[in-house]
Design a protein around this ligand. Structure first.
Ligand code: F6P
Length: 547
């Protein structure tokens, strides 16, 4: 086991700070948010600006003494020491005995980071340069399809971290698309997904990016094989289309070669110390770079780096990821709210909640600490959300008046990303501000007035925990800052609980069983050694598929 496990702080719930926080939450005595909004000390402590982001925690059920207790908890649990260990490249991913060095992907040119006698920054920049040359060559029509035609479309095939990050970021940065390529993403092994992505595309001008850290993932390899067949058939059986029109992003050189892609010519690599869900700044971002161009991609990395530096060096009281992590912990682990909603007021950022679902839940959906002992408190919440204002017309009713309390992060931008769209942007922002106010301030019976029989229906309790994160504009740098903010938020919570946020053993069992079941569905190797319910379900599927 690595240093991190050896130096693990004690269980969070056994600290004096945790007991005091739990007592505060139980007594529910400090939670008149409406009254506390006028408190100027609270205002100055709970609004933090850093890296172009303004985070407003004033609508949280948290006063200054609570905040101080949360900060004391972070100190006791040595969040700063853990973060420093991560940044240095120690084996903080103890169960896989490796570092978690996604922050090294954002190191600027000229700086070095020596880990185990290797300057990892050298490899990072050499791969970034290769990616940039490739993207430039595609944009310039120098790297072309098998019959010399310029590429018009890119299809990224990958799943989980090899899909969600680049997909979300490509969508979020559509106004910065620099190359005119039609960029599409395929993740699901459902044939409908590839089918939809290929609709209308020309096999002679489509480039495939097969993105898989392991290059063994069932969904990705199955889709990649189907895409290869589509390419070859479109090329009239000419297999040279594969070499010309498929590139790989992976850490598995042998697996890539076995698939039929030349690792020297057409593979972009990264390292086992980059977790899938933390990989968008690596070669996994190749499709994003193909869309927005290398300069915008470098601005995206620079934004991440700004947040890394801030997290590593800002004092706790003004440290944005630390405070965001503490507020999430307060709501989820201490108040016990089961879910957390993330609501970007940006259609371009619509996929951010889905991206965060993997980042947060695959990282912090754990029950044991890094040393294998039970964590003993609630860990990561169920993360969900959608873009405002659409969300207002679907599930906000429950947020405002439901019996369950759902803490919300509202994320908004003051300026439109597209020229001439400011009026509609203002309407969007007005809605975000209105939701923040309504959720936290609510409306009392006295304020409702009118028909008294309707008053119970028309009152709003308020006091719903809301964080508002505001930036000037959604651009590559800002998106990078936002992603790194949430990465480090996840880390802060994990460090307090003492869990390892960088492994994901929980996804293995389903993968293993699917591997056994797939041939059984087709009637092969039917061993009959599943539980009775599973056997009956398999029989039902076999019967239906044979009709
Ligand atoms: O779902 C588990 C997982 O391992 C994720 O962590 C990862 O992002 C995804 O599968 C895809 O893995 P790969 O990039 O190796 O295909």
């Amino acid at each position: 086991m690595a240093d991190e496990a050896v130096n693990l702080p004690g269980p969070a719930a056994e600290t004096a700070e945790w007991s005091a926080l739990a007592a505060l939450a139980a007594a529910n005595e400090r939670h008149d948010v409406r009254a506390s909004l006028a408190d100027s000390e609270r205002q100055s402590r709970l609004v933090v600006e850093a890296c172009g982001l303004r985070a407003d925690f004033t609508r949280q059920l948290c006063d200054v003494p609570t905040l101080d207790l949360l900060l004391a908890l972070a100190r006791t649990q040595e969040v700063g020491r853990s973060a420093a260990a991560m940044f240095r490249g120690e084996h903080v991913n103890a169960t896989q005995d490796r570092p978690a060095l996604h922050t090294a992907l954002r190191i600027p040119p000229g700086e070095s980071l020596v880990v185990g006698a290797i300057d990892v920054a050298v490899g990072v920049h050499s791969e970034l340069d290769r990616m940039a040359s490739f993207c430039d060559a595609v944009a310039a029509g120098e790297r072309v399809g098998h019959n010399g035609k310029k590429f018009t479309a890119v299809v990224n095939i990958g799943i989980g971290g090899s899909n969600l990050g680049p997909r979300m970021a490509t969508e979020a940065l559509r106004p910065f698309a620099a190359t005119g390529l039609d960029v599409r993403f395929v993740s699901n092994v459902d044939p409908a997904d590839l089918d939809r992505a290929l609709t209308g595309l020309d096999p002679e001008t489509t480039l495939f990016v097969i993105c898989s850290k392991s290059f063994t993932t069932l969904e990705t390899l199955t889709n990649a094989k189907a895409a290869r067949a589509w390419l070859i058939s479109g090329a009239g059986g000419d297999e040279s289309a594969v070499g010309a029109q498929m590139v790989a992003v992976s850490t598995g050189e042998d697996e890539v070669a076995e698939f039929g892609i030349d690792p020297k010519e057409s593979m972009f690599g990264f390292w086992d110390w980059v977790g899938g869900r933390y990989s968008v700044g690596s070669a996994v971002g190749l499709t994003l770079m193909l869309s927005i161009g290398p300069d915008n991609f470098r601005a995206f990395l620079a934004g991440m780096r700004e947040m890394d530096e801030h997290f590593a060096s800002a004092p706790p009281e003004s440290n944005l990821p630390l405070l965001l992590g503490l507020i999430w912990l307060w709501n989820g682990s201490i108040f016990g709210h089961e879910t957390a909603a993330v609501l970007p007021y940006s259609s371009d950022l619509r996929e951010f909640p889905m991206y965060l679902q993997q980042l947060d839940m695959e990282s912090n959906g754990k029950s044991v600490r890094a040393d294998g002992t039970p964590v003993g408190v609630q860990t990561g919440p169920v993360v969900w959300g959608d873009a405002g204002t659409d969300s207002q017309h679907s599930f906000h009713q429950l947020l405002h008046q439901g019996t369950r309390v759902v803490p919300c992060d509202l994320i908004g931008f003051a300026k439109a990303a597209r020229a001439g769209d400011q009026d509609r942007q203002d309407l969007l922002t007005a809605n975000m501000v209105a939701q923040a106010e309504a959720l936290s301030v609510g409306r009392t019976v006295d304020e409702v007035g009118g028909d008294p029989t309707l008053a119970p229906h028309r009152t709003f309790p308020g006091g719903r925990p809301v964080t508002v994160i505001l930036a000037e504009q959604l651009d590559p740098r800002t998106l990078g800052r936002l992603i790194a903010l949430y990465e480090h938020k996840v880390f802060v919570q994990a460090a307090i609980w003492g869990i390892n946020p960088f492994d994901q053993w929980g996804v293995d069992l389903g993968k293993e069983l699917a591997g056994v079941i797939a041939p059984e569905l087709a009637g092969e190797n039917v061993a009959g050694d599943h539980d009775p319910s599973t056997e009956a379900l398999l029989d039902a599927v076999r019967q239906l598929r044979s009709h």
